[in-house]
Design a protein around this ligand. Structure first.
Ligand code: IVH
Length: 649
């Protein structure tokens, strides 16, 4: 083989793979593919300098990483607002039509997997980043290169971000679990978790074996000029990406409903799990006009599929003790497959619920699973009883520490602050994602650390050393060092995470952010009046903060000293200017994209809105201004050209 033949062979292998993995339509046999593959491989071994970056040999995943670096998306990754029924759809359409009555829509499945952003430059895949918080995610390029439905190179030279969902097919998931059951390993909970987990494996050779599939659903930064989203997506598919199993362009309520019904009816027959249908405004110009709320595009919505119900039997009722001491009953049910997920437990909320529904052990029940939520029991099939069912007796003692339980309204609580379950769960919470996000502190490890006496509270975590860990059963050098590194990385965390990790009752992620931004490091000194003034914080929450600070101030200070959180940056108020605190609407073509002008105005503290109303202070218009200009004139809103606006500044 010479260099030209090598190049041709790589091209041919990629064509074979495209037909096999993207089009689901093989054009050769494994034997032919393997033979050529080995010829390519041996050429590369002999001429390592000539290796082509899109050679299929680059997909085997022989990279072992010790951690993933953070990376920024070029443009933000949004989430979607959910709707659940025809009424919601009608309301959404009404809002959407307000901005433009002539729009059409593009509908495609909502895949249930893990979102991923691919950045291509000069036609080459240069970075693959998980969604993260929408702005910053983790760079997992080495793992993503093992996914065969993601082209390593594309015929598009300008920089582009291609977004999509990584999924694992239901059949693959089931086969994996059958294998795991045989080997007596823990079963995976659902395909989505496997997809997300496989993307973040440190050993890319394992990712390579997971048969992940990438389904594109959108574009981030780009230089495309198509006027319709559907055209853009066709273009993306033509670059070598997989098409959705079903998609449609349509207009109006009736057509959308019809497509939704069909997709819902056929969802079982698709290879991947779907949890709804996404509706998107097809005209890019209207998308730009409509813009975004803080979290979601206004031009798109996720129409969720109804939850799925199944009949199963209650085998047992177990008790869980949370970090607040609340004891909750959980039904252990006969394992049941609900749309690809094996359900083994259902929440019972509290003991009143068991009485109210008269749930007995041995009962046949209908359970419902919808999206992310833990399955719940919606009905007991009383007529199926044969007399062998056993009534459940409410506990009076904590199942873990055996101290007496107290009834606080609907909650049954263990009062013992040092109850093992409460302490272990507080440590778990401290390390969880929305708190300090300490990798490697799973329930099993926390239990071992706690039982050994090494860690009796969160502060003890930071006194751990390699010697102490190595003395524990099951702690090898690597695992111990990883844990110590993860704990070390928690230092310098964002300040709101620090507040959130304290586990103050009623204070979650959003309230922690508010407290952090509002008061910075002096949040422990805020008065009740000051706290209540914060948006979204009421009296009960404020009291909870004050009480927590009163009891735990020295622990808070000690933890602050250990963690050294970053001082939150206060958003600087813009200087006085004619647009400060004014409602501004942009329309028509301007010298720069409207997004850029919007950002500039927002920096001046203007509120940029998508539609003209009585509340609008200024309309700023460019060329081809249409109905918004007419409406603004009609309402007597002050209309400025872009140049006039700039002059005023
Ligand atoms: S569009 C501009 N389309 O759902 C809006 N998202 O709830 C960005 N998802 O983070 C999303 N299938 O991971 C879009 N056909 C689809 C999707 C889809 C699945 C996921 C995606 C996103 C989440 C939003």
């Amino acid at each position: 083989m010479n260099y030209n033949e090598y190049k041709e062979a790589v091209k041919q292998l990629n064509i074979y793979a495209y037909h096999y993995y993207v089009l689901d339509d093989a054009i050769t046999t494994d034997e032919v593919y393997d033979k050529l593959y080995h010829e390519v491989l041996s050429y590369e071994n002999e001429h390592p300098k000539e290796l082509l970056s899109d050679s299929p040999t680059q997909r085997v995943g022989d990279v072992i990483t010790d951690k993933f670096e953070k990376a920024s998306h070029l443009s933000r990754m949004w989430s979607l607002e959910d709707i659940f029924n025809a009424e919601d759809l009608e309301a959404w359409l009404k809002k959407t039509y307000k901005l433009d009555e002539n729009i059409s829509f593009y509908c495609e499945p909502k895949y249930d997997g893990a979102s991923l952003n691919l950045i291509y430059e000069n036609g080459e895949l240069i970075q693959a980043i998980t969604r993260g918080d929408g702005s910053v995610g983790e760079e997992i390029t080495v793992n993503v290169k093992t996914i065969r439905s993601i082209p390593l190179s594309i015929m598009h030279k300008e920089r582009i971000e291609i977004r999509g969902e990584v999924v694992i097919f239901k059949s693959v998931f089931e086969a994996m679990n059958r294998q795991r059951a045989k080997e007596d390993e823990d079963l995976f909970a659902n395909p989505r978790n496997v997809a997300a987990g496989s993307l973040r494996l440190l050993d890319s050779s394992i990712t390579a074996k997971r048969n992940l599939v990438f389904l594109p659903y959108g574009i981030g930064e780009n230089t495309l000029t198509h006027k319709l989203l559907s055209e853009r997506m066709e273009y993306i598919y033509s670059l070598g990406f997989k098409k959705p199993p079903q998609s449609a362009k349509c207009k109006g309520f009736e057509e959308i409903e019809r497509i939704y019904e069909t997709m819902n009816k056929e969802r079982d027959s698709y290879e991947m799990m779907l949890d709804g249908m996404v509706i998107k405004v097809d005209e890019i110009s209207s998308q730009i006009d409509m813009g975004y709320t803080v979290k979601n595009p206004r031009w798109s919505v996720a129409y969720k599929f109804p939850a799925i119900e199944k009949i199963t039997t209650i085998k047992e009722i177990k008790l869980q003790v949370g970090r607040s001491g609340a004891v909750t009953p959980v039904a252990v049910v006969e394992p049941t497959d609900i749309d690809g997920v094996v359900v083994e437990r259902a929440t019972l909320h509290n003991f009143d619920e068991i009485d109210r529904k008269d749930i007995r052990i041995g009962d046949k029940v209908i359970i419902l699973r919808s999206g992310d939520v833990i399955p719940k029991i919606i009905k007991v099939l009383v007529h199926e009883r044969d007399g062998s069912e056993v009534k459940y007796e409410r506990p009076t003692l904590c199942p873990v520490c055996h101290s007496e339980l107290l009834q606080e309204e609907v909650l049954t609580k263990c009062q013992n602050l040092s109850c093992d379950a409460r302490v272990v769960n507080s440590i778990m919470y401290f390390a969880s994602k929305p708190c300090l996000n300490i990798d490697g502190l799973g329930i099993k490890i926390v239990e071992v650390l706690f039982k050994s006496g090494l860690v009796r509270n969160v502060i003890d975590l930071f006194d751990l050393t390699l010697e102490k860990l190595l003395a524990l059963e099951g702690f090898k050098e690597k695992k111990s060092q990883n844990l110590l590194n993860a704990l070390h990385d928690a230092k310098g965390c964002e300040h709101w995470r620090f507040i959130n990790s304290l586990g103050i009752e009623h204070i979650g992620e959003v309230a922690s952010k508010t407290l952090s931004i509002q008061f910075g490091f002096s949040w422990t000194g805020a008065t009740k009046e000051q706290i209540i003034e914060c948006e979204g914080i009421g009296e009960e929450m404020a009291e909870s903060v004050l009480e927590f600070v009163r009891v735990n101030l020295s622990i808070i200070e000690r933890l602050h000293e250990i963690l050294q959180p970053k001082e939150p940056v206060q958003k600087e108020e813009a200087q006085e200017n004619p647009f400060k605190a004014k409602v501004v609407v942009l329309t028509g073509t301007m010298s720069e994209s409207r997004g850029v002008i919007k950002e500039m105005l927002e920096k001046l503290d203007a509120k940029v809105s998508g539609s003209v109303s009585k509340k609008t202070d200024f309309l700023i218009y460019g060329e081809d201004a249409g109905s918004k200009y007419d409406k603004a004139m009609g309402l007597g809103v002050k209309c400025l050209t872009e140049t006039q606006m700039r002059e005023m500044l």
